[in-house]
Design a protein around this ligand. Structure first.
Ligand SMILES: Cc1ncc(COP(=O)(O)O)c(C=O)c1O
Length: 433
């Protein structure tokens, strides 16, 4: 940063952070957030940063939405914690609400957790228990969390797994239909067929389908590079799962709650999960996650076989109830679609003149920009340089992708047209390297 050290109030805290915080905790932007409101984060100097990251797809209703803040403040004064000692009202009301907004009537039984990874773990435990089968199938490029089991399920980047071996077994990874980096780019049907062929081969060579409890998939890969599978792939998986009595777990942790223009991304192709995972944007910034399934399945999982001390904390549940109201009242599905189209159209036009932009893709406000070097190979260098320049211009963006070659745009769904235009101006300037 250009600012003189004495004037930079972030600095003392950054130095303390360097000293006292475990260095494994990497942060993308070296600023200290002091407060935030709507589409902006303010650092300790009072500088406003336009937020296209949303704390990784969490603050979708904008930072500190007044309705969410009021709900949290009210709940905090009434009841903060019960764990599994008693029932509590916000937990029950939220479970009812999640069943009401679930995209399929079959999804009618809810379990609340603290984090995305914890809800993946719970869903896998349940899938194994109720099917009596041991194995899980996941996809290349997937990200499902950082606990040991979810690390084993995560293949988006080597550095999430490296040196954590031995990882839990009975997980079989098959290729994800990533059209842009496929030999069959331009022929989405072939890309899908090829990926399905690999799954079929797996069933012949490595694991019998009757040993598989679940197939877990993100309907749009997040960490893996904001990659949606071509049309037809998710419905085909649904069919294969049905043929073999395998449960289909759809991980909507990043894509859920209006982000893609539908409440959940699996709705774009009307693919019904057996278990659906939700987290991140569910509670407007408070820690909470959930998995929802069919009561016909959950009733095969006896009471006490799973639990959580903090999962479904009343304050987080109150925040989630308020967040869901905001999503409905402010019609954020429609907003995500409209603003997403506006941003995509503008970026695609820009990309025509920029030799480093390989692809602009996305759904709603889950948008990826993939960068190439002069040979057409993925370029982390360019993506990092663009993100760094954006930060200098007081805009926060994150990267993703197996080589770190993608900039992902995840602004609040409440972002105004003017704020989005301002963001695009900064981004285009920073992409003109
Ligand atoms: C698709 C997906 N699943 C699971 C997780 C893990 O969530 P958490 O970081 O809350 O444990 C993430 C986090 O980024 C995610 O994107």
């Amino acid at each position: 940063m250009v600012m003189a050290e004495t004037k930079n109030k972030n600095l003392a805290y950054l130095q303390m952070d360097d000293k006292f915080v475990n260095p494994v905790l990497a942060r993308s932007a070296r600023i200290v957030a002091e407060r935030a409101s709507g589409s902006y984060i303010y650092d300790m100097n009072g500088d406003a940063y336009l937020d296209f990251a949303c704390g990784i797809a969490v603050t979708s209703v904008g930072h500190c939405h007044p309705k969410v803040v009021a709900a949290v403040q009210k709940q905090v004064g009434e009841l903060m914690h019960t764990s599994v000692v008693t029932h509590n009202k916000p937990y029950i009301e939220l479970a009812k609400k999640l069943v009401e907004i679930a995209p399929f009537k079959s999804l009618d039984s809810v379990f609340l957790t603290n984090s995305g990874a914890e809800c993946v773990e719970g869903a896998i435990k349940m899938a194994r228990y109720v099917t009596g089968r041991p194995c899980v199938i996941n996809f290349r490029g997937s990200f499902h969390g950082r606990t040991i089991f979810t690390t084993a399920l995560t293949t988006s980047k080597l550095y999430y797994r490296e040196k954590y071996e031995p990882l839990p077994g009975s997980i079989h990874t098959v290729p994800f239909p990533y059209e842009y980096r496929s030999h069959f780019r331009g022929d989405p049907k072939k890309v899908v067929d090829e990926a399905l062929k690999e799954l079929d081969t797996l069933f012949h060579q490595i694991v019998h389908p009757e040993q598989v409890a679940a197939i877990i998939i993100e309907p749009i890969q997040g960490e893996g590079g904001y990659v949606a599978p071509p049309p037809g792939f998710l419905p085909a998986l649904r069919k294969i799962a049905d043929e073999h009595g395998i449960l289909l777990i759809i991980d909507e942790v990043q894509s859920g709650f209006a982000r893609t223009g539908q409440m959940f991304a699996c709705q774009h192709e009307n693919v019904e999960p057996d278990i659906m995972l939700m987290a991140k944007a569910i509670a407007g910034g408070m820690p909470l996650a959930a998995f929802i399934s069919r009561s016909e399945l959950t009733h095969k999982w006896p009471a006490g076989r799973h639990g959580s001390t903090f999962g479904g904390n009343p304050v987080s549940c109150a925040a989630a109830l308020a967040t869901l109201e905001v999503i409905e009242e402010e019609k954020l599905c429609e907003r995500a679609e409209k603003l997403g189209n506006m941003i995509m159209t503008r970026l695609k036009k820009f990309a025509e003149k920029n030799k480093h932009v390989g692809e602009i893709r996305g759904r709603g406000l889950m948008i990826g920009i993939e960068f190439n070097d002069e040979h057409g190979n993925p370029s982390k260098k360019i993506a990092d340089a663009v993100a760094e320049k954006c930060l200098e211009h007081k805009m926060i963006v994150l990267t993703c992708g197996y080589a770190g070659q993608v900039i992902r745009l995840i602004p609040p769904l409440t972002m105004s047209d003017a704020e989005a235009e301002k963001g695009m101006e900064i981004l285009e300037k920073c992409m003109t390297l």
